[in-house]
Ligand binder design. Structure first.
Ligand SMILES: Cc1cc2nc3c(=O)[nH]c(=O)nc-3n(C[C@H](O)[C@H](O)[C@H](O)COP(=O)(O)O)c2cc1C
Length: 315
């Protein structure tokens, strides 16, 4: 029997051989840089954020390791939508895996123009993933995902323009992840990705000033896993569309926990810097767990940890 037996899944309109996705921003667009064997067990690859025009990204320091995570202030560095279509999309597609196009926009007009461009290569794109952690200029730069009205307007607009699968990657800082996930569902999203990096900061003690030019930076990696798991639990309890668990998954046990909490798939980011073989070891772990519990298909694993016997609530 194949190692991947039972792992095939359709997540929000995307058919994947396994439920393990490479998260946005951590995977080289150049296939010659992909570590040998690292695509084993990967079900889909997400692109770096795509903006309408090319972006140089943030100035100054961009990365800083913490005891249990990584702070990044890369910004939205990318070649823009046209370059994505001409260069990155063919490169990512050469993997044979569905490509998830992560898009970032500051106005609804930008959103429309990016989607119009992506519509020209609709067949090569598995899904659009809206990155709603990026700023909405009409709201003074507050992230789209932080405000119910902006979230609803942006997802509704994307839905009316894009005929393919539409996912929304929520900000973990949203006032209520359950409400945000419900808004995405009712506005036409087919899956929500929960979540993204958490805002943190670092100080340069020698210079007595913030380490990053933009002061705050996104924290990812092991430190955020319990926070992400809680968000996945909350989101999965409030919507009927699939939830993709993302944030701090650095090994197979964490991936399994995400499924038990209600995720239908997982996205791996920083963990891949530590070990590029996590997709493969995650698939092995999931298969083994399913076999032991006589679970025939991965879709039946999602949410199994929600039916617990202990009383919920306080002591
Ligand atoms: C270096 C780096 C670049 C990232 N770039 C993007 C991006 O362009 N778009 C996006 O939605 N998320 C981006 N992310 C967030 C990741 O996709 C992921 O949601 C986040 O890091 C949490 O998962 P992790 O703890 O497994 O890394 C980036 C993360 C890192 C570390």
């Amino acid at each position: 029997m194949s190692k991947l037996a039972g792992l095939h899944i359709n997540v929000g309109g995307v058919s994947m051989e396994t439920p393990v996705i490479i998260a946005s921003g951590v995977w080289p667009m150049n296939p010659s840089l992909w570590p040998k064997g690292s695509l084993e067990g990967v079900g889909a690859i997400c692109s770096k954020a795509i903006t309408l025009e090319p972006r140089a990204g943030n100035r100054g320091n961009r990365l800083r390791e913490t005891h249990s995570g990584l702070l990044n202030s890369i910004g939205l560095q990318n070649g823009g939508a046209v370059s994505f279509i001409e260069n990155d999309l063919p490169a990512l597609s050469s993997s044979g895996k569905p490509v998830v196009a992560n898009i970032a926009f500051e106005t609804l007009d930008e959103l429309r123009m990016i989607i119009e461009r992506l519509n020209s290569c609709r067949d090569m794109i598995g899904a659009i993933e809206m990155n709603v952690s990026c700023p909405n200029v009409s709201m003074g730069g507050m992230a789209w995902g932080m405000d119910k009205g902006s979230l609803e307007r942006s997802v509704t607009a994307a839905r009316s323009l894009w005929e393919g699968p539409l996912w929304v990657k929520l900000s973990p800082q949203a006032p209520s992840i359950a409400t945000a996930a419900r808004i995405c569902e009712t506005s036409g999203a087919q899956a929500v990705v929960v979540g993204n990096t958490w805002l943190g900061m670092a100080m340069d003690n020698d210079r007595e000033e913030p380490f990053f030019d933009r002061v705050f930076a996104g924290l990812s990696g092991p430190a955020i896993f319990p926070l992400s798991l809680r968000l996945v639990w909350e989101a999965a309890g409030s919507v009927n569309i699939p939830v993709v668990g993302c944030g701090g998954i650095c090994g197979p046990e964490e991936a399994l926990s995400m499924f038990l909490a209600g995720a239908s798939a997982v996205a791996l980011g920083t963990g891949l810097f530590l070990d590029s073989r996590i997709p493969s070891s995650t698939c092995e772990k999931l298969s083994e767990h399913m076999k032991r519990r006589s679970i025939p298909e991965i879709k039946d694993l999602a949410g199994r940890g929600r039916h617990f016997r202990r009383l919920q609530g306080g002591a």
